[in-house]
Ligand binder design. Structure first.
Ligand SMILES: Nc1ncnc2c1ncn2[C@@H]1O[C@H](COP(=O)(O)OP(=O)(O)OP(=O)(O)O)[C@@H](O)[C@H]1O
Ligand SMILES: [Mg+2]
Length: 254
């Protein structure tokens, strides 16, 4: 394939009068990891959900492997969705299923894999994320860090070309956050997966990303390598990455 694996072109999305995306454009080469940063409510999760086709844009295009998914019907969309794994912001595991059944879920329902075979693959994927012997536990018996890793195991269960991570390290202690960042890097190196991650965790963003894009007021304010973002001359980007309440970014008055 030539050209970018993912290309988002002039994306517009509103909910009622609330404009979330007002012309978002970027592209990502195969095998690269892009991290989207931006304030709470800036539209990071909505962007990921449009890329995987869970939310439809009002206008604009999303090309995956050269195919515009905004033009596809639900049935055709499913074929493209099978190339993608999605790690939800809230792990979104089924409480009534065991960890193993959660990871095996897509294999069973979408790929129609035989139960024992699907559970065997689930155990392999759990072991890839450093979790052994937990397949018979229920999600409620796991810590937050374990749930995040189960979410990643489920997302990689069907061997996706593209992984979308929504805040994979949020809520984790600094060491566990670094473990998850290393895991994201390992999956990229071992499987050549192309990834888009959303995070506020700048340490993780610098570690896992080939490119970082900042979403602000409905548009990509700046996109560049981690070094370019760290040395940005844009006052908004500088304030955001420094985590300061002082600067041009509007903050609530307390
Ligand atoms: N299904 C929906 N219906 C209506 N409004 C929505 C819906 N989903 C998201 N929004 C709105 O879109 C905006 C962007 O939401 P989004 O979840 O993408 O933010 P975010 O950047 O991921 O924030 P956070 O960092 O807090 O997760 C918010 O104002 C939110 O209220
Ligand atoms: Mg979000």
């Amino acid at each position: 394939m030539s050209g970018p694996l993912i290309r988002v072109e002039d994306l517009h999305k509103s909910f009622g009068s609330k404009i979330v995306h007002n012309g978002v454009t970027f592209e990502l080469e195969e095998g690269q990891t892009l991290t989207i940063i931006g304030g709470s409510g800036s539209g990071k999760s909505v962007l990921l959900k449009q890329i995987i086709g869970l939310i439809r844009p009002n206008s604009g295009h999303i090309f995956i492997d050269g195919e515009d998914i905004t033009a596809l019907d639900e049935f055709e969309l499913q074929r493209v969705q099978m190339k993608m794994g999605y790690v939800f912001q809230e792990a979104a595991l089924f409480d009534s299923l065991t960890v193993g059944e959660n990871v095996a879920f897509g294999l069973r329902t979408i790929m129609e894999a035989e139960k024992q075979h699907a559970l065997k693959i689930a155990r392999q994927k759990l072991s890839m994320v450093g979790l052994q012997g937990v397949e018979n536990l229920k999600p409620s018996q796991l810590s937050g860090g374990m749930k995040k890793r189960v979410g990643i195991a489920r997302a990689i269960a069907m061997g996706p070309e593209i992984l979308l991570y929504d805040e994979p390290t949020t809520g984790l202690d600094p060491v566990m956050s670094d473990v998850v960042s290393d895991l994201i890097l390992k999956l990229k190196e071992e499987s050549g997966t192309t990834a888009i991650a959303v995070t506020h965790d700048m340490k993780s963003a610098y570690k896992i990303s080939d490119k970082i894009a900042m979403l602000f007021e409905g548009k990509i304010l700046q996109i560049g390598s981690p070094e370019e973002i760290q040395n940005s001359s844009n006052a908004i980007v500088r304030q955001f990455i420094a985590g300061s309440s002082r600067g041009p970014i509007p903050v609530p008055r307390i």
